[in-house]
Write a protein that binds this ligand. Structure first.
Ligand code: SAH
Ligand code: F3S
Length: 490
C-alpha cells in the first residue's frame, strides 16, 4: 500500500520548521546504529525524530531496512576503522538490493566527506552533525540514484525545538543536549573540526524538555555538552551585540547584578533544571577543569537531586604535557579544582579521561599521570592510547613519536592503577547506605534490580517489591571493582 502524502520536514531554520508534502511510500524502514560519545547517541534521537517525521518507521535489524544509517565517531583512528569494516558488511546487501540506501552521519562524515562516497562506492549519503534537518532532501536525492552530501557546519544550529525520539530507552534515564560544538582546541582533539563552533541552546527549551521527560515517567536527565561550563545564554538582545568581554565576565559571575541577570550560566541552568522536580535526578557531562566555577559546585550542594558526581577529564598529570595539549591548566590548578570539590561537596564521586603516550611524553611525565590518579583517587576513568588525528594542532605541530608498545604498556599501567582505585572506592562504600534510582532488572538475575547511586555507581540488590523508576535506599554489603551489592532498606 502506498502512502503518498506523508508530511516531511523539508527545510528548517532555527525556530522555523517548514513542512512539505512528499512521497515516502508507507512501510519504509530505517535502521540506525550509533557509535561514540553520549552526544552522538543524543543526536541519533534527533535523526530518528526527523526520519519518523518523513514517514519512515524504525527497525532494529538491517535485514528489512530500506535505509541504513551509521552515526559515527572520529575521535580515534580505531573508531573509524570499525566503521569501514561495518560498511563492508553491507556490500553484499547492496548487491542484492540496489535500492538500499547506506548513509554515514556524524563526526566521521564531517571529517572524511567525499572520501566516504568515493571509496569503494559503499555509501550513498554523507551528513555532518549540523545538517540533519536536510535529511529529507538528502534521502530523497539518494532514492533517485544520486549521491547526497551535506557537511555544512553551523554557528546557530541546536535542534532546540525538535523533539527527540528516545531510542532503545529504559524509560527512566535520558540525555538532553545543552551545547553543541567546542571552542577549546585541545591539541589532540578532532571535535572542534567535526562539530564546529560552540553554541548554547535556549534554557527554556532545555527546562521544557526536562519537564516533559519527567511527566513521561523519566527520573534522570544528563545535560550534555563538550564543555558544559562554557554554557552561556544571553537574554539581552541579538547575539551579535554581545561584547566578548561581557560574555567572559558573565561566565564567571562577575557582572553587576542587574547585568548578570540577563545571562544564564551553567550554574543558573543547573539550578533551573533541578527545580523542575525533586524526583528528577540531574547529571551533566563534561566538566572542564579550566572553566568549572565554584558557582556550579554551590548549586550542586544546594540541590539533593543533582547527582554528586563530576566527570573532570585530566588527560595527563604533567604540566608540560598539559601545556602541549593546550588544556589551559597546570597539574596544580587541576588539583586545586579537586580541592574545591572536596571542600564544597564532601563525598562527591570523581571520574576522568586519560590519554597515554601523547607526543614525546617521557617516562617521568607518565609517572606524574599515575601519581595524580592516586592522589585524586578517581572512582572511575576512561583511558585511551593517543591516536593522532589529521588536521589537529598536535598533528601539525608535534611528532607522534611514542612507540606503540610504550603507549600500550603505559596504558596498561594506567588501567591497572584505576582498577586498584575503583576497588578501593567501592570497598569504602561497604556498610554505607546510598540512594539508588532503579533503571532495570539486573542482567545477572531476574530476582535482582540494577540502578545507580547519586555517585554514579552501579548497585544491584534483591528486588522485593521495587521496580524501575523507584528511588530506593540500599545498604551496601559487598562489591566488585565495577559493582556494589546491597539490601534495600525501605
Ligand atoms: N570534552 C569532551 C571530550 C570528547 S573526547 C567530552 O565531552 O567528553 C573524549 C575523550 O577522548 C577526551 O577527553 C580524551 O581523553 C579522549 N581523546 C580525544 N582525542 C583523542 C585522541 N586523539 N587520542 C586519544 N584519545 C583522545
Ligand atoms: Fe575536545 Fe578539548 Fe573540546 S577534548 S571536545 S577540544 S574540550
Amino acid at each position: 500500500m502506498e502512502r503518498t502524502m506523508n508530511k516531511v520536514i523539508d527545510e528548517a531554520r532555527q525556530g522555523e520548521v517548514l513542512v512539505k508534502e512528499s512521497s515516502i511510500p508507507a512501510g519504509k524502514k530505517f535502521y540506525l546504529e550509533s557509535y561514540g560519545c553520549a552526544m552522538n547517541f543524543s543526536d541519533s534521537e534527533i535523526i530518528a525524530s526527523i526520519m519518523i517525521g518523513m514517514g519512515f518507521q524504525t527497525t532494529s535489524t538491517t535485514d528489512d531496512a530500506d535505509v541504513i544509517f551509521l552515526n559515527t565517531c572520529a575521535i580515534r583512528d580505531n573508531a573509524e576503522q570499525r566503521i569501514w569494516a561495518r560498511l563492508k558488511d553491507f556490500r553484499q546487501k547492496k548487491r542484492k538490493n540496489p535500492s538500499l540506501i547506506v548513509g554515514v552521519l556524524g563526526c566521521m562524515a564531517e571529517r572524511l566527506k567525499i572520501e566516504l562516497l568515493e571509496k569503494e562506492k559503499l555509501v550513498d549519503i554523507v551528513v555532518g552533525p549540523d545538517a540533519y534537518r536536510d535529511l529529507p532532501n538528502l534521502v530523497s536525492a539518494a532514492g533517485s540514484g544520486q549521491k547526497a552530501v551535506n557537511t555544512l557546519l553551523s554557528r546557530e544550529e541546536t535542534y532546540a525545538e525538535i523533539s527527540p525520539v528516545r531510542l532503545g530507552s529504559n524509560g527512566i534515564t535520558a540525555f538532553i543536549s545543552i551545547t553543541r560544538g567546542c571552542d577549546n582546541m585541545c591539541a589532540f582533539c578532532v571535535v572542534p573540526f567535526t562539530r564546529g563552533r560552540e553554541r548554547s541552546r535556549d534554557p527554556e527549551s532545555i527546562v521544557n524538555e526536562a519537564r516533559e521527560l519527567f511527566e513521561q515517567g523519566y527520573r534522570e536527565v544528563t545535560l550534555l555538552g563538550q564543555n558544559v561550563d562554557s554554557y552561556l545564554w544571553w537574554g539581552g538582545g541579538p547575539k551579535k551585540d554581545l561584547p566578548e568581554d561581557k560574555a567572559h565576565a558573565a561566565l564567571s559571575h562577575k557582572l553587576p547584578e542587574e547585568e548578570q541577570k540577563q545571562f544564564t550560566t551553567f550554574a543558573d541552568l543547573l539550578d533551573k533544571v533541578a527545580l523542575v522536580n525533586k524526583k528528577l535526578r540531574i547529571r551533566f557531562s563534561t566538566s572542564n577543569p579550566r572553566d568549572m566555577t565554584d558557582a556550579v559546585l554551590y548549586v550542586m550542594a544546594q540541590h539533593e537531586n543533582i547527582a554528586k558526581y563530576i566527570h573532570l577529564p585530566v588527560q595527563s598529570g604533567s604540566t608540560n604535557v598539559l601545556e602541549k595539549m593546550n588544556r589551559g591548566y597546570t597539574r596544580q590548578q587541576y588539583m586545586d579544582r579537586i580541592e574545591s570539590i572536596r571542600q564544597i561537596l564532601p563525598g562527591c564521586a570523581l571520574s576522568t579521561d586519560i590519554i597515554s603516550g601523547f607526543c614525546s611524553e617521557t617516562e617521568e611525565e607518565h609517572q606524574e599521570t599515575l601519581s595524580i590518579m592516586e592522589w585524586a583517587g578517581y572512582d572511575y576513568a576512561y583511558m585511551f592510547k593517543y591516536s593522532e588525528r589529521p588536521g589537529t594542532l598536535a598533528a601539525r605541530k608535534y611528532a607522534d613519536d611514542v612507540p606503540e608498545e610504550v603507549k600500550s604498556r603505559r596504558l596498561t599501567e594506567i588501567i591497572d592503577m584505576q582498577k586498584k582505585l575503583s576497588l578501593i572506592s567501592n570497598k569504602r562504600d561497604i556498610g554505607i547506605t546510598v540512594e539508588v534510582l532503579v533503571e532495570s532488572n539486573s542482567k545477572r538475575s531476574e530476582d535482582h534490580l540494577s540502578g545507580r547511586s547519586s555517585e554514579a555507581k552501579v548497585v544491584v540488590f534483591p528486588r522485593k517489591n521495587f521496580k524501575p523508576g523507584d528511588y530506593v535506599r540500599v545498604k551496601i554489603t559487598d562489591c566488585t571493582g565495577g559493582t556494589l551489592m546491597g539490601e534495600a532498606l525501605d
